[in-house]
Each structure stands twice: as structure tokens, then as C-alpha cells.
Design a protein around this ligand. Structure first.
Ligand code: AMP
Ligand code: ZN
Length: 114
């Protein structure tokens, strides 16, 4: 995806503060953090959203969840707890259409909608 901002980060065309990277995923700090620790975990392959998952790319979910645990360990938020959010579609507030998991922590997360 030529102009996808996260594909451009993955290709190194746009700088990012990387927290973790492996063969399948990249994790980098959100540019507009909502909490002291706010990391985005994204698959290296372009998938538009959770709705873009299919039989060909579903294994990325395992890679992403493995990486989320690594990010939580690296940043230390695994000790007190953290929240993982995926916005899927415009109605849910998704603004970047490359699948990404928000990993939030580093403070007490009081506001709950569920
Ligand atoms: P969403 O609203 O769920 O699609 O989340 C998109 C997130 O990407 C927002 O939290 C933005 O702050 C973040 N974001 C957008 N551009 C960049 C960037 N260049 N580097 C890091 N995070 C970004
Ligand atoms: Zn992309």
C-alpha cells in the first residue's frame, strides 16, 4: 500500500519510536499518546482492519498478540495492568486503515465503557 502511513513506517520512510519488531509485526509509540505508555502493534502486511482478516492472513492475530505481551513486558506495564483497544471502522473511530492494536498503560485506567 503506497500511501498507507503505517506501511510507510514499516518501510522506514517515516520515522517512528520503535518499541519492538520481529519478522511479522512492528510496535511503535503512538504520536499522540492517550496514556503514559501508548504503543501501536501493527502487522507488517497491510490489512485494513479486523474486517480485513481472512483465512490467508489470520495467523497475524497470533503474531500480534505475542508482540503485545512482549511490548507489555518491555515497557513494564505488565505489572500493573494494561488495556488493548482495536477500533474497527469509521463508526468506531478508526482513522488509520492499517490494522493496529492500541496498547495502553502506565497509569490507572479508570474510564470504562465496557
Ligand atoms: P485509530 O484512531 O484507532 O485509527 O488510531 C490511529 C492512531 O495512529 C492514533 O492514535 C494516532 O495518534 C496514531 N498515529 C497516526 N499517525 C502516526 C504516526 N506517524 N506515528 C505514530 N502514531 C501515529
Ligand atoms: Zn498499510
Amino acid at each position: 500500500m503506497e500511501n498507507c502511513i503505517f506501511c510507510r513506517i514499516i518501510r522506514g520512510e517515516i520515522p517512528s519510536a520503535k518499541v519492538y519488531e520481529d519478522e511479522h509485526v512492528v510496535a511503535f509509540k503512538d504520536i499522540n499518546p492517550a496514556t503514559p505508555v501508548h504503543v501501536l502493534v501493527v502487522p507488517k502486511t497491510h490489512i485494513s482492519s479486523l474486517e480485513g482478516l481472512n483465512g490467508e492472513n489470520i495467523e497475524n492475530v497470533v503474531h500480534i498478540h505475542r508482540a503485545i505481551k512482549k511490548v507489555a513486558e518491555i515497557t513494564g506495564i505488565n505489572k500493573d495492568g494494561y488495556r488493548v483497544i482495536v477500533n474497527c471502522g469509521e463508526g468506531a473511530g478508526q482513522t488509520v486503515f492499517h490494522l493496529h492494536y492500541h496498547v495502553l498503560g502506565g497509569t490507572k485506567l479508570n474510564e470504562k465503557i465496557i
